[in-house]
Design a binder for this molecule. Structure first.
Ligand code: SF4
Ligand code: SF4
Length: 295
């Protein structure tokens, strides 16, 4: 079973929940897809034994063949190529903004002169290893890179579907999140009971509905803020699977890289119960879908 842990916004405690869930379960895989800011390794402290460069294909112009016809710039939906035609005896030029390129291959396919070849460009690295009984993988996007989805997909190639997998998804609701959540059996949304928390939660729920991924909530710092997140969950039949109160001790552990389940047995049990509830909710949802599918 693949369980993603996501949040509509950063700072809700998503990684804390993902890491503690993995530690409470023990024999799982942990895939950190928050490649712009991976920090689960700070808490799981894996022994990283393998490092693989993550590459994408980008166009390279063969100047001597180019006629500056402009077709490549026309076809690029991401404005990653600009063609400067020759003018009054000055030579033309083709500029490739490779950090904007989505590696779709359309420009090289449609260039009438065969003047574009595809070359590798490294955007980050994938590191894998072991943290006790937890198999670990994460991606690190190189500084200044804008294209995290290809790296996320490369990290996810390490998922072994025969094992329980916890994915730490990036925060937000944009392309990287969708790439991280794609293929998940269940998504745990970590939120907080504030107006910002609710606003971003609603957006995240809309994404999950479109993706047809069953989901439930963890409300972090549940004893501060207001009750609008609880009301929203009730009105939309989204189960609240766990509530974590604001606790100075948890905050202190976090700041020192210590995991709550390693210090507090009650929390270890709570996280195991959380996983059982996830499984039950997933099974119930699947049974409903089957019944609906059979009319
Ligand atoms: S499509 Fe090919 S020939 Fe035309 S401007 Fe682009 S690279 Fe040059
Ligand atoms: S590969 Fe696709 S995205 Fe990249 S420059 Fe060519 S057309 Fe644009």
């Amino acid at each position: 079973m693949i369980v993603s842990v996501a949040s509509g916004k950063g700072g809700t405690g998503k990684t804390t929940v993902a890491v503690n869930l993995a530690l409470a379960l023990g024999d799982v895989q942990f895939i950190d897809c928050d490649v712009e800011e991976p920090n689960a390794h700070l808490f799981l402290k894996p022994d990283l034994t393998e490092k693989t460069p993550a590459r994408v294909m980008v166009p390279e112009i063969i100047e001597e063949r180019c006629t500056y016809c402009g077709k490549c710039a026309e076809v690029c939906a991401f404005n990653s190529i600009a063609v400067i035609p020759p003018n009054a005896g000055t030579k033309g030029g083709v500029l490739v903004f490779s950090n904007l390129c989505h590696s779709c291959g359309a420009c090289s396919l449609l260039c009438p002169e065969g003047a574009i070849r595809e070359v590798h460009r490294e955007i980050g690295v994938v590191e894998t290893g072991q943290a006790g009984s937890i198999r670990f993988a994460h991606g690190r996007l190189h500084v200044g890179e804008a294209m995290s989805p290809p790296l996320i997909r490369q990290v996810k190639r390490h998922i072994d579907r025969t094992r329980t997998t916890i994915i730490d998804a990036p925060p937000g609701t944009s392309c990287p999140v969708i790439n991280a959540l794609d293929g998940s059996d269940y998504c745990l949304l970590v939120t907080e009971p504030t107006p910002f928390g609710l606003n971003d939660l609603v957006l995240a729920v809309e994404v999950l509905r479109v993706m047809k991924i069953p989901h439930g909530l963890v409300i972090n710092r549940c004893d501060i803020g207001d009750d609008r997140v609880e009301t929203y969950a009730r009105e939309n039949a989204i189960p609240v699977l766990m509530r974590i109160p604001f606790d100075r001790v948890i905050a202190e552990f976090y700041s020192r890289g210590i995991n709550i389940v390693e210090k507090n047995r009650d929390y270890a049990e709570k996280f195991r119960t959380l996983f059982k509830d996830i499984r039950n909710h997933y099974e119930t949802d699947r049974n409903h879908q089957r019944k609906r599918g059979h009319g």
